[in-house]
Write a protein that binds this ligand. Sequence first.
Ligand code: AMP
Length: 217
Amino acid sequence: MINKKNLVFLGPPGAGKGTLSAPLMEAEKLAHISTGDILRGEIAAGTELGKSAKACMDAGKLVPDDVVAGMVANKLSSPECADGFILDGFPRTVAQAELLKKELEKIGSKLDAVVLFDAPEDLLLQRLTARIMCRKCNTGYNKIFCPPKQEGICDACGGELYQRSDDSLETAQNRLKVYREQTAPLIDFYTAAGLLVTIDSSLPKDEGYAALCAVLQ
Ligand code: AMP
């Protein structure tokens, strides 16, 4: 059992935010809000929002703050967040963090902790470029560190595994640069707010999960 339940997972792409979200949301019945997953859903559904976000995502750039903040606001006020939530990949700029604070204040809520997933860049690039995901259930695998039992097939649901177009080496490098320039300033922002806790996300999944539960006590 954890005590801190309204959470932001902060960290560079490939740090394992999605990987460790899955067991925590199941154990604690938390809602999982991944802005990347929502945007990929919009692209798959061919919506206007998806069409306008696709170019930014394919280039490894950020989608405009107001677009993602609007998507998150809708979710936060929904009943699925009543027992707590994991914001995975949001906020990614100081402006988004300020919009989030206002939105939570509006609904009489607040964050309990911001978990920084810390890992060296060479490991992140190795993870990103070998990462594959299920088209149906979004479960993540890695061709090197965590391969599926049968090549190309999801262990969990039998769905088809694919490589995200923004996990190519060039785009992954861009995404890490965008993280350093636009998202890393949130480390100081949330340290000043007294909310930041850090885990070593170069650890294998089980050890990383234990470290995560320990900082959320
Ligand atoms: P992710 O799945 O979290 O790695 O996100 C994939 C891509 O979606 C990012 O590279 C951005 O283009 C876009 N994206 C996801 N979340 C955000 C956000 N909070 N702000 C701006 N862009 C985002």
